[in-house]
Design a protein around this ligand. Structure first.
Ligand SMILES: *Cc1c(COP(=O)(O)O)cnc(C)c1O
Length: 389
């Protein structure tokens, strides 16, 4: 069978070696604990599930939804942006529903990228952006993110010729995998750069409400001028522990939202209406569940940071996201080798930074989306390993 070139261009599965190791360890009877997966272990809150149960019984919700989402869902998104971010959105033209934000991120390049066009991405980074660009026939210039820059890209490093060719700039703060945050001043610089070079900004705000120590992540739309150049992707997945229900939204510049809606209407038929109904309940009545979850995550974050430091890793406790990103101890060079050593010695799986591009070399990512007892078991094994080193 001859496959399309875009499939052959997919990067090799970077966790293949780790998956093999897990299988080997399990075959040898080891109780393997994975701290690799970023999927909330806590259930969707009950009042949100109740809304789904009720909506499921309504025959009006058994039919095809509209691609762009129910007007009531888009209005609830506008209310959320107003209360949470002080941003006024027109639900008619500036909001579209997504089958999880990954779906929208994956389809955006079909709206903006022709074969040979350029997108600007980052390393490390969430892999979906560059793969979606490649699927549309485009190329990516990856900016290396650095710890000393707070993991923010240096846009001034984009060479003039590439800046002229670029169509799209991907940003993601709070960031996966580094946990880094961006302030309004950074967004203002990015908006000015995008405007100068006629580039669209796609900002991924998946971790808007997984924040610690009182921090509140801004939307790029809070910053002046954003609406001229930016589309923002947001999701109920991480905010409300709803990864399994598949609902998100793109908001911002009306032309961009409009073209995404148009492309999507040719590919999908939207989000099941009962799921949109549950999302409305989540968005309208959110605060206590978010705070309860974040307290749990924050406690786990603190325990993980403590034990990683015992291992000699260098960590800045993240202010947001579900990840702790840690620099390898002095003398350790390879993330993959370090991750392998940990699995073999302790049965605990962490993600090598290189899973997020070559720019992640020298780091590992630990996810805090695992039940407390399992996390404690993993941490006590890591502690014992640290003492024995
Ligand atoms: C989890 C995640 C998403 C995708 O979330 P959906 O479930 O598709 O809404 C998007 N971006 C980043 C960076 C993520 O980590």
């Amino acid at each position: 069978m001859r496959l399309a070139r875009r499939v052959e261009q997919l990067p090799p599965y970077l966790f293949a070696r780790i998956s093999e190791l897990i299988a080997e360890q399990q075959a040898a009877g080891v109780d393997v604990i994975s701290l690799g997966i970023g999927d909330p272990d806590l259930p969707t809150p009950d009042h949100i599930l109740d809304a789904l149960r009720e909506a499921a019984g309504d025959p009006a919700n058994h039919r095809y939804p509209e691609t762009e989402g129910l007007p009531e869902f888009r209005e609830a998104v506008a209310r959320w942006y107003d209360t949470r971010h002080g941003v006024a959105l027109d639900p008619e033209t500036e909001v579209v529903s997504l089958i999880g934000s990954k779906e929208g991120l994956g389809h955006l390049p079909l709206c903006l990228i022709d074969p040979g066009d350029l997108a600007i991405g980052t390393q490390p980074g969430y892999p979906v952006y560059d793969i979606a660009t490649m699927f549309a026939g485009g190329e990516t210039l990856s900016l290396q993110l650095r710890e000393e820059d707070g993991w923010l890209p240096r846009l001034e490093d984009v060479p003039a010729a590439e800046a002229e060719r670029a169509r799209l700039l991907w940003l993601n703060y709070p960031n996966n995998p580094t946990g880094a945050i961006a302030d309004e001043a950074f967004f203002a610089r990015a908006i000015a750069w995008a405007r100068d070079h006629d580039v669209v900004i796609a900002h991924d705000l998946a971790y808007s409400d997984v924040c610690y120590d009182g921090y509140q992540a801004p939307s790029i739309l809070e910053v002046e001028g954003a609406r001229d150049v930016a589309i923002e992707f947001n999701s109920l997945s991480k905010t409300f522990n709803m990864t399994g229900w598949r609902i998100g939204m793109a908001v911002g510049n009306a032309d961009l939202v409009g073209v995404l809606r148009r492309v999507k209407s040719n590919l999908d038929s939207g989000v099941p209406q009962a799921v949109q109904q549950m999302a409305i309940t989540a968005l309208d009545d959110p605060r206590d569940s978010i705070e309860r979850h974040n307290e749990i995550y924050q406690r786990r974050r603190d325990r993980v940071v403590e034990v990683l430091r015992e291992l000699g890793l260098h960590v800045d406790p993240p202010k947001a996201s579900l990840y702790v990103w840690a620099r390898l101890p002095e003398g350790e060079r390879s993330s993959a080798a370090y991750a392998q050593q940990l699995v073999e010695a302790t049965g605990v799986v962490v993600t090598p930074g290189t899973g997020y591009g070559d720019g992640g070399e020298g780091y590992i990512r630990i996810s805090i989306t695992i039940a407390d007892e399992r996390l404690e078991e993993a941490l006590s094994r890591l502690s014992a390993f640290a003492r024995g080193q």
